[in-house]
Ligand binder design. Structure first.
Ligand code: ZN
Ligand code: ZN
Length: 348
């Protein structure tokens, strides 16, 4: 089968023929139809996120058709349309037992964890437990958007207990921030303020239905958010930028008694040194700030998202996607860093 293989860090992926992988009794052999290029992949290829020995096949946003099933597989048959969750959990440990499988003691990630080959390839091996049926009404492309992008935003909104009629701001308008806008709209937000600083990202959110968009390179976003909300701040401040300044600004933009939720993952050393700014820490205490961190997504959230997308409650039509053949994967990786598209997707 054809695959895009990471042979050397910071070097282009190599397209080559590799054997179709072997699958176990509880696995499904997935015929990959589409796979998204996620920002995590770029961090892997750059060496920011170690994947152990090379060569390695990245790709954790796969959708496709069941080609073959292991002899203990009970939920799928050949020909089923499916999407994958990359997060493999044991189902047995303390966190798995209380539906927090994103924090499983034995967690690993397909296409991300060392040795766990992903689906930048024509076929991939996925445990049955990590697949979900994709109804005919949902396109493969929308399925890709669900897999890790929407899933992360969806989990963040649930983690922050976001409720109908609440107000929100989102720091960071890359793919994660954009998909979070769709989730908050579906959850019944009464006001969504977006904050970004890259001109291209700001241009790309024009049709998303944000109530206000603030360019933080021109204006102080905290001041602007206070102004919009009558001096109070929003109910929930989200950070989707993976940036230390945005985390502090999201906290400062949240009303007294409100919640802040961080979704971004900083790939550099972050210091949250409140000692230098006693005024800020005092503000956190005085407003009884609740700060959540959102990490990945839960298994139980996939059927929820599928139902909401199928019903049209989450509508991906404002998201720009581009499908490229696997031979153009390196160009796709380059394009996905430019901010014009919610996802560049490898299609087979
Ligand atoms: Zn577990
Ligand atoms: Zn991802």
């Amino acid at each position: 089968m054809k695959a895009a293989v990471l042979k050397q860090l910071k070097a282009p992926l190599v397209i080559e023929e590799v054997p179709v992988p072997q699958f176990g009794s509880k696995d499904v052999l997935l015929k990959v139809k589409q796979c998204g290029i996620c920002v995590t992949d770029i961090h892997i290829a750059n060496g920011d996120r170690p994947v152990g020995e090379l060569p390695f096949i990245m790709g954790h946003e796969g959708v496709g058709i069941v080609e073959e099933v292991g002899n203990e597989v009970t939920q799928f048959i050949n020909g089923d349309r499916v999407l994958m969750s990359p997060l493999v959990s044991c189902g047995m440990c303390r966190n798995c037992s209380v539906a927090r499988d994103n924090l499983c003691d034995h967690r690993w990630l397909i296409g991300i964890s060392p040795g766990m080959q992903g689906v930048y390839a024509q076929y991939g091996v996925i445990p049955e437990r990590n697949l979900f049926k994709l109804p005919e009404e949902i396109s493969f492309t929308d399925g890709v958007l669900i897999t890790s992008g929407l899933a992360s935003s969806f989990h963040g909104a649930r983690r922050a207990n976001f409720k109908a009629s609440e107000t929100a701001c989102i720091y960071g308008l890359g793919a994660l921030g954009k998909l979070l806008v769709l989730v908050l709209k579906a959850f019944g937000a009464s006001l969504i303020i977006g904050v970004g600083r890259r001109a291209k990202s700001l241009k790309a959110v024009e049709n998303l239905g944000l109530d206000f968009v603030i360019n933080s390179s021109d204006l102080d976003p905290v001041e602007q958010i206070k102004k919009i909300t009558g001096g109070k701040g929003v109910d929930v401040g989200f950070e989707a930028a993976g940036d230390h300044e945005a985390i502090l600004q999201a906290i400062a933009s949240t009303r007294a008694g409100g919640r802040t939720c961080t979704l971004g993952v900083p790939f550099y050393h972050v210091t949250m040194d409140f000692k230098d700014d006693l005024g800020f820490f005092h503000e956190i205490c005085e407003k009884e700030a609740t700060i959540y961190n959102s990490w990945g997504y839960l298994r139980q959230e996939f059927p929820m998202m599928v139902k909401m997308v199928k019903k049209g409650l989450i509508d991906f039509s404002p998201c720009r996607t581009k499908i490229i053949p696997i031979e153009e994967v390196n160009e796709g990786i380059r394009l996905s860093q430019e901010g014009d598209y919610t996802r560049i997707i490898i299609g087979f």
